[in-house]
Design a protein around this ligand. Sequence first.
Ligand SMILES: C[S@@+](CC[C@H](N)C(=O)[O-])C[C@H]1O[C@@H](n2cnc3c(N)ncnc32)[C@H](O)[C@@H]1O
Length: 265
Amino acid sequence: MGRYSEGGFRRVQGWLEPISAEIIASLCEQQREMGLSGSACEIGVHHGKLLILLHEGTFSKERTIAIDVFEDQHLNTDGSGRGDKAQFLKNLKAWSDRPDFVDVVQSSSLDLRPSDILSKVDRVRIASIDGGHTSQCAEHDLRLVEGAAHDYAVIIVDDVFNATWPDVMVGLSRYCADPTTKFRPFAISPNKLYLARHDYHEAYRAAMRKRWAQYFENDQKMFDHTVGIYGLAATKAPIKTKVKNILKTTPLFPALRAVKRKIAA
Ligand SMILES: C[S@@+](CC[C@H](N)C(=O)[O-])C[C@H]1O[C@@H](n2cnc3c(N)ncnc32)[C@H](O)[C@@H]1O
């Protein structure tokens, strides 16, 4: 864990559930352990809450690309968030040890092609799509990132299940319904959907099960692919359930349960 995950994360304004932050940070680590390299990318940066976390997961000469309309808010047609380049750069400088390894692109993602990303950074290994929340943006951004991504990349999409932004699901569905597109869902955590190429699903799903057993709830199907559900109950649950979930991960749990049953009998 770096300086940002430990302290800065809570100080930077934005939208990212702590459980999803933990999972994303450990996915970056997992890729590193698997010997996978590449750049990080976010479309829709706002003040950098998730982007700084993604950048913290890069190492050595790996770069990160930060794409947002920033001050050109007339291009933010659905009014999702409000990018602020000065605030983002201030946060980046405050919390990253390698701020010079971030390329900032002020543009609507709709005006970008994969070659625009690849002219700045190496192929992408981890990306967050959290820019425009229209179906047009969601579908376009998935295709854009796919075109700039390594085969082994993970793409994280925000707000797919957020009823405030129903059009994100429409864009995702159009992308997944097109058999020529490559990335499909393999996991869900609070407000985030994770996609990878089918060939990599098993490796990522197994790694997440191992690292995040305490948050794992069950497997479900989405677009004919198995997706692991993580941390939804823990995010919504009252404190009593949260404590129980933590206890469940300890070796003491079976003994505690036996005592509880004896008392109840
Ligand atoms: C919900 S916020 C992003 C939150 C951010 N990921 C975080 O970690 O807190 C959405 C961002 O997308 C930007 N945006 C909206 N439409 C866009 C577009 N078409 N292209 C690029 N960025 C866009 C907004 O300016 C805003 O900063």
